[in-house]
Structures are given as C-alpha cells and as structure tokens.
Ligand binder design. Structure first.
Ligand code: DC
Length: 228
C-alpha cells in the first residue's frame, strides 16, 4: 500500500520547494496539484474568458486534457492538450485565473480523480490547499505550512526575479492577499488545516530549518507503520 503525505497551506509558504526536497530525500513522487489548477486556468485565459465566468469555464472542461509527466531529473512537467506549459503556468496572470477557477466545484472534481489515482499508484508527497481535507483524507502524515503574507510575498518575489519574470514586491503581495482570501473563503474545499495536521509556521525560518523539521516528521512516519 502506498504511503502518502499531504502538504497544504497558502501561496508562498514553501510547500513546493520543501515537498520537492523531501521527495528527493525519501524517494517519494512529488505531486504539485496547484500546477493542475494553473493548467486549467491557462486554458481559460487563452480562450479570453473572464475567470469568474463559471458557465463558460465549465463548458470548456470537455476540451481540456491535463496530463503530467516527469523529466529525467524527476521534475514534474504539465501538459495541456499535449503541449508542455510548465513555464507559462507560472506567470502571475495565470495565478489569479488558477485561484478563480479552483473555486468552481466542477473544476475541482475534474482534477480530483487524477490526484487520487496518482496517490493510489505511488507513494506521494502531494501539495495543494485541500489535500489533507478532501483529496487524501487518509494520508498518514498531514502538514499545514504557513507564514505571514509579507514573508511569503518576499519569497515568491525572489523566486520570480530569479526566473526573470518582471514584477514588483507590491504586486506580489497584492496577488498573495487576493489568493489568500479567495482560497480560504470559497465554499468548495476551502484552505484550512486538516484534522490531525501538524501545523508549521515557517515565518523567519531558513529553508534548511524548515527542511530539517519536515524531514524528521517524514522519517518518523515512514519508519513507523502507517503513522495513524
Ligand atoms: O499552489 P499554487 O499557488 O500553484 O496554486 C494555484 C491556485 O490553485 C491556488 O491559488 C489555489 C488553487 N489550488 C487549489 O484550489 N487546490 C489545490 N489543491 C491546489 C491549488
């Protein structure tokens, strides 16, 4: 039986960087579910729809084929109808679209099957907003990562700078605040810690410190039966 780890938390809390590091260290498959919502968001953006146009978005779903693959270094790539969109989905405009379409229950159930199947077939560390609460409620270890909006915006800004994306710290903080409200107040699978989740506030921590803390939790889980 696969051993699964759920990592949830708001944008910029360090979920993907830390989950990727943990996957590499412990030989797990890392699944970034935000990338799936971003892929749907990108399709909607490209089709010129308003991101709140629920009827329009739902009518596009049958035309969207989302697939994932891993490259030679184990990095998750996203395919939208066969096209590799892994870089494009990181653009700030796509973040807002991803957040808006992710509030639609039809979009959530569209992706749920793929997420659960990955966890059935592999031992995964999966990150997102509703992994511990909805997608994998039986995950043996659940982690909820948080940090202040300012800390998260700073990290995200530095990441985008490194990727050569033109933006400002103010714009990144605005995006984070918008998505925090959106992602945690929606009716469908809102962001909140799952019952039994270990809550880690990474404000002011270095990446290494957070990595050490999570590594200890993961090691204890993987070494110690089903972790329940
Ligand atoms: O993790 P991320 O920032 O790449 O995710 C993009 C958006 O997708 C985020 O604002 C909320 C949504 N999302 C979600 O609703 N549920 C998930 N499991 C993952 C992401």
């Amino acid at each position: 039986m696969s051993k699964n780890i759920a990592v949830d938390g708001p944008s910029g809390a360090g979920k993907s960087t830390l989950s990727r590091m943990i996957a590499r260290k412990f030989g797990l498959i890392y699944v970034d579910t935000g990338a799936m919502y971003r892929t749907v968001g990108l399709y909607v953006l490209r089709h010129g729809l308003d991101s709140h146009d629920k009827e329009g978005v739902v009518s596009l779903l049958p035309d969207i084929h989302v697939a994932m693959r891993y490259d030679d270094s184990g990095v998750q790539r996203m395919l939208l109808n066969g096209e590799d969109v892994s870089e494009e989905i990181r653009l700030p405009g796509v973040s807002i679209y991803a957040s808006d379409v992710s509030a639609m229950p039809e979009v959530r159930s569209f992706l749920l099957h793929m997420q659960r199947k990955l966890a059935e077939e592999n031992s995964v560390i999966m990150d997102g907003r509703d992994i511990g609460t909805v997608v994998l409620p039986d995950a043996g270890l659940k982690i909820f990562l948080s940090a202040t909006p300012e800390d998260r915006a700073r990290r995200r800004y530095e990441e985008l700078l490194l990727k050569g994306v033109e933006t400002t710290p103010e714009d990144v903080l605005r995006d984070i605040n918008y998505r925090d409200v959106n992602d945690s107040t929606r009716a469908a699978a809102p962001l909140r810690p799952a019952e039994g989740a270990v809550i880690l506030d990474t404000t002011g921590n270095t990446l290494e410190e957070s990595f050490e803390t999570i590594s200890r939790l993961v090691k204890a889980y993987l070494d110690g039966g089903d972790g329940e």
